[in-house]
Design a binder for this molecule. Structure first.
Ligand SMILES: *Cc1c(COP(=O)(O)O)cnc(C)c1O
Length: 425
């Protein structure tokens, strides 16, 4: 049976394209909640480093009947019938990912970034193996050995960290630990490190120790796509990533590797750690990879970094101490203790003003700090002048100058000038 996509010319608004009106009629409670959340996102300043505003095209695919399709397996080798069109969608996603990142192989099925990391471990490691990764206190992710996560339970994690004086990764320590502990794999990548890992140095250390190198590029992969960050692809045996952070795609994961590991990675995703692929998410990834290959996205990625640098400098003027003295990425990690504030108090004051961000661990036994990112604000079209304004509002809210409601209104006004989904879209 041959199934062909409908030609674009035949398109009119499909019945399922009016889904929101159906939701309003059928379940006003949930519809109200959706509208409220969209409003919250649009009227505040979204500075959570892992978040972004995905495009209307990506949202359309996520809300499409592709969500109905069961597709266990891979294109051309599914356990279900009727996969002809979703096979095409997955092939397009894989080809676009390979092209975008110059990788020999891509697996686009991981449901999340954590599932991508799980698949990388499953492809390369056995339970009980020693793995060297950034310690959780210094910026490592849950999947890098947290006792609350499968990684900490099933593997023997050894943590490396950053230098006390510079805040930069201590490569001497990484090398010493690799020589001493002979890990089966070394993981580079973090959730709060604002600089680029030296992938060549990690590769050299891994080679000397006979270890595999896994790059967890969950955060920077979007910058890599836009040419605003060095690529781990030429250095790492496996690159794990998310598609929803700077990359601006649907919530999901991605694994890139060389042809040598392709089969092991594919089997590690399905059937080892996942069941049926989420074809609406896979197809939405294809759309996002298509967007990320455009000059507009290259400009976006560079603006994300320029905005982060401008914001870091402006926040330093507000009295925050910026880890590593600045940033090369979308991430800013800041210590608010010089303002005589606890990070949680700071986050609460900022939330009351409509400024949304995370707290994070700071290395070397210091109190927790704040983690911010510029991916979402940049998607809204904000640039350096707005970053100055954001820092001023943030500083005022942090100092709790007793006028949170006034600051909240100013935040809403600024955000209102940069709607994430303008009416013409
Ligand atoms: C975000 C992130 C992940 C995965 O996140 P999910 O929430 O599972 O999508 C993995 N590693 C790092 C370093 C991350 O920052």
């Amino acid at each position: 049976m041959s199934v062909t996509p409908a030609p674009a010319a035949q398109r009119s608004t499909p019945a399922w394209g009016t889904g929101f009106e159906a939701l309003v009629r059928q379940d006003p409670e949930l519809a109200g909640l959706l509208l409220g959340e969209a409003d919250r996102q649009a009227t505040g300043l979204q500075l959570i480093a892992a978040e972004n505003f995905t495009s209307p095209a990506v949202l359309a695919v996520l809300g499409s009947p592709l969500a109905n399709k069961y597709a266990e397996g891979y294109p051309g080798a599914r356990h279900h019938g009727g996969c002809e069109l979703v096979d095409l969608a997955e092939r397009i996603a894989v080809e676009r990912a390979r092209g975008l990142f110059g990788a020999e192989h891509a697996n686009v099925q991981p449901h999340t970034g954590s599932s991508a990391v799980l698949a990388a471990y499953a492809a390369l490691l056995r339970p009980g193996d020693t793995v060297l990764a950034m310690s959780l206190q210094q910026g490592g992710h849950l999947t890098h050995g947290s006792p609350a996560n499968f990684s900490g339970r099933w593997f023997d994690f050894v943590g490396y960290g950053v230098c006390r004086d510079t805040g930069l990764i201590d490569y001497d320590q990484v090398r010493d630990l690799a020589r001493e502990r002979r890990p089966a794999a070394i993981v580079c990548g973090s959730m709060s490190y604002p600089r680029h890992p030296d992938y060549a140095a990690f590769r050299e250390i891994a080679d000397e120790a006979g270890a595999a190198l896994i790059a967890d590029a969950a955060h920077p992969i979007g910058l890599v796509a836009g040419g605003a960050a060095p690529s781990p692809v030429p250095y790492a045996d496996i690159v794990c990533a998310t598609t929803h952070k700077v990359l601006r795609g649907p919530r999901g994961g991605l694994v890139l590797c060389g042809a040598r590991l392709a089969e092991r990675v594919d089997r590690a995703v399905f059937p080892f750690t996942q069941g049926g692929a989420q074809m609406h998410a896979v197809a939405a990834k294809a759309v996002a990879f298509g967007e990320a290959a455009t000059p507009a996205f290259t400009a976006y990625a560079h603006q994300v970094v320029a905005n982060a640098r401008a914001l870091a400098a402006a926040l330093a003027s507000e009295g925050l101490v910026i880890a590593t003295g600045g940033t090369d990425t979308h991430i800013i990690t800041a210590d608010v203790s010089p303002l005589a504030l606890e990070a949680l108090t700071a986050r609460r004051r900022l939330a009351a003003a409509g400024i949304v961000l995370d707290t994070c661990a700071l290395p070397h036994g210091r109190a927790r700090g704040l983690r911010l990112g510029t991916a979402a604000l940049t998607s809204q079209g904000m640039r350096e002048p707005e970053m100055m304004r954001v820092a001023t509002l943030l500083g005022a809210a942090l100092r709790g100058e007793g006028k949170e409601s006034g600051i909240r209104a100013e935040v809403a006004e600024l955000a209102g000038n940069f709607p994430p989904y303008p009416p013409h879209m």
